[in-house]
Write a protein that binds this ligand. Structure first.
Ligand code: G1P
Ligand code: ZN
Length: 544
């Protein structure tokens, strides 16, 4: 066995963001860049000798090359076994599932999620711990500080592993096991949902669905589960083949980027249900006929209907949402008499709550929903959850959401993103906003009076850790909110996210377009943060 020790120099920019280390592919292709980061992961883990890891990615450009490099570094560091997805494919939720099922030390996910792929696109790497969830901040901090000091990495000199053939092979002393990417995950889904009922529903001939996999990782999972197992008509899954550049698209399931699906669901003679997922399969967008379900509402609807689903029929221990997510789920939790936790943006903050059984369902406004079945958000799981509810209630998506609003009131919600802002200007905007906070309280803007403004700080109820500066909130006396934060996942410049929310209890007023209902708050956001002047943009680049 030929283990090489390669001397290297640290890179200063390997700080993991909201969800792992994300950079342009060209950054990862720099000599030693990926190797340094992977060795930093191994160096900061207590013990990798003799352990098992899971490895896979969303199939984007550089996935296969990165897997070969990581396998050789793992072998050189004494890892005993790596379970790697067939053809290098493992969705983020499937990785989490496999880590948990086989009690492995952790896993490495290769993805830049919803960012575009290809030689000019983005790549990413994320470490997940033994509970199947993203490494918490103390682990990512340790990896980062190691990356700033690293002076060598270990790598095995060996031929590449055949990722196209299922089964075991040896890489030095390490066993590489190429696993079916879908099987373990599909089994888990079958244990949660009423597959028989969903199958009857999908084969009745009266219900049609269209799931857009956006040429990303969800294709093989959706085809195997929805079409082959549950009997949805062939072709129900569109863009099902994972491609290295996602077919040139932007694999982000929202109304802008999933326009092909949107045109189908809002076109002539649309199917009853539509869904899309992102690059690595953890996000979801849910559509009905001519109807968009806001992710925050989706979480609330799942929580309110959880008892209809076998895996959740004994009730929820609690729910959790990220701070900028609308408060629709809070209303459901209040009625169920359970806790609703408010966490910073990023799925890693849900891990402790799920492990401690304080929350069963979690969600983010950014098209993420999930539960304690894994420790990641899960796009296809959300689709199956919706299908299970639809099969039981025999109502349309729109009817279910409208009834929900009637019961709980409607939280009008929208997020405005200003992408590609020069970092200095974005930081200056946030600083100025932070400085103005003490003077905001009590201020009147038209009909709205500021009740509070703060920089969100989270104290984890399980381990007591504190995360500060997680977004500036401006709350009004009628319960409306505006939240400002900078994205932690972008790779170029800065993205300012402005989250807007108002509450309408009166069912007679539930028919407005959210941009209309939120028009005053949108103006106030600009007044408070001087968005136009700082960004130089008259409009957000994307509205969801
Ligand atoms: C974004 C979303 C956040 C999500 C993350 C990873 O992070 O806003 O909710 O957890 O992607 O999918 P951001 O770019 O806002 O830091
Ligand atoms: Zn994702």
């Amino acid at each position: 066995m030929n283990i090489q020790t390669i001397s290297t120099q640290p890179f200063t920019d390997q700080k993991p963001g909201t969800s792992g280390l994300r950079k342009q592919v060209t950054a990862f292709q720099k000599p030693h860049y990926l190797e340094n980061f992977v060795q930093s992961i191994f160096d900061s883990l207590e013990e990798v000798q003799g352990q098992t890891l899971v490895l896979g990615g969303d199939g984007r450009y550089y996935n296969r090359q990165a897997i070969q490099i990581i396998l050789k570094i793992a072998a050189a560091n004494g890892v005993k076994r790596v379970k790697v997805g067939h053809q290098g494919i493992l969705s983020t939720p499937a990785t989490s599932c496999v880590i948990r099922k086989y009690h492995t030390l952790g896993g490495i996910v290769l993805s830049a999620s919803h960012n575009p792929g290809g030689p000019e696109g983005d790549f990413g790497i994320k470490y997940n711990i033994s509970n199947g969830g993203p490494a918490p901040e103390k682990v990512t901090e340790a990896i980062y500080s190691r990356s700033k000091q690293i002076d060598r990495y270990l790598i095995l000199e060996a031929p590449d592993v055949d990722l196209d053939r299922l089964g075991e092979s040896q890489l030095g002393d390490m066993t590489v096991e190429v696993i079916d990417s879908v099987a373990d995950y599909a089994q888990l889904m079958e244990s949660l949902f009423d597959f028989e009922r969903i199958q009857q529903f999908l084969t009745s001939g009266e219900f049609h669905l269209c799931v857009d996999a956006m040429h990303a990782v969800t294709g093989p999972y959706a085809q195997a589960i929805l079409e082959q197992r549950l009997g949805a008509a062939a072709g129900s899954v569109i863009n099902g083949q994972p491609l290295e550049d996602f077919g040139g698209g932007h694999p982000d399931p929202n109304l802008v980027y999933a326009h092909e699906l949107v045109e189908i669901l809002f076109g002539e003679n649309p199917p009853d249900f539509g869904a899309a997922s992102d690059g690595d399969g953890d996000r979801n967008m849910i559509l009905g006929r001519n109807f968009f379900v806001t992710p925050s509402d989706s979480l609330a609807v799942l929580a309110a209907n959880a008892k209809l689903v076998p895996g959740y029929k004994s009730g929820l221990s609690g729910v959790a949402r990220s701070m900028p997510t609308s408060q629709a789920a809070d209303r459901v939790a209040a009625q169920l008499g359970i806790e609703c936790y408010e966490t910073p943006t990023g799925w890693k903050f849900f891990g402790n709550l799920l492990d401690a059984d304080k929350a069963t369902l979690c969600g983010e406004e950014s098209f993420g929903t999930g539960s304690n079945h894994v420790r990641e958000k899960d796009g296809l799981w959300a689709v199956l959850f919706w299908l299970n509810i639809l099969a039981v209630r025999q109502q349309s998506v729109e009817e279910i959401v409208r009834e929900h609003w009637q019961t709980y009131g409607r939280n009008y919600y929208s997020r405005h993103d200003y992408e590609g802002v020069e970092s200095d200007r974005a930081n200056a905007l946030m600083e100025e906003l932070r400085a103005s906070m003490p003077t905001l309280s009590g201020k009147q803007f038209g009909a709205y009076q500021v009740e509070y403004s703060d920089d969100f700080s989270y104290s984890d109820p399980v381990d007591g850790s504190i995360s500060q500066n997680q977004g500036i909130r401006v709350g009004f006396t009628d319960g409306s909110r505006i939240v400002f934060r900078l994205s932690g996942t972008g790779t170029q410049g800065a993205t300012l996210r402005v989250y807007l929310e108002s509450y309408e209890p009166d069912a007679a007023k539930h028919n407005y377009d959210p941009q209309e209902a939120l028009a005053d708050l949108i103006k106030i956001a600009d007044q408070v943060a001087q968005i136009r002047s700082y960004t130089g943009m008259a409009q957000p680049t994307i509205i969801t």
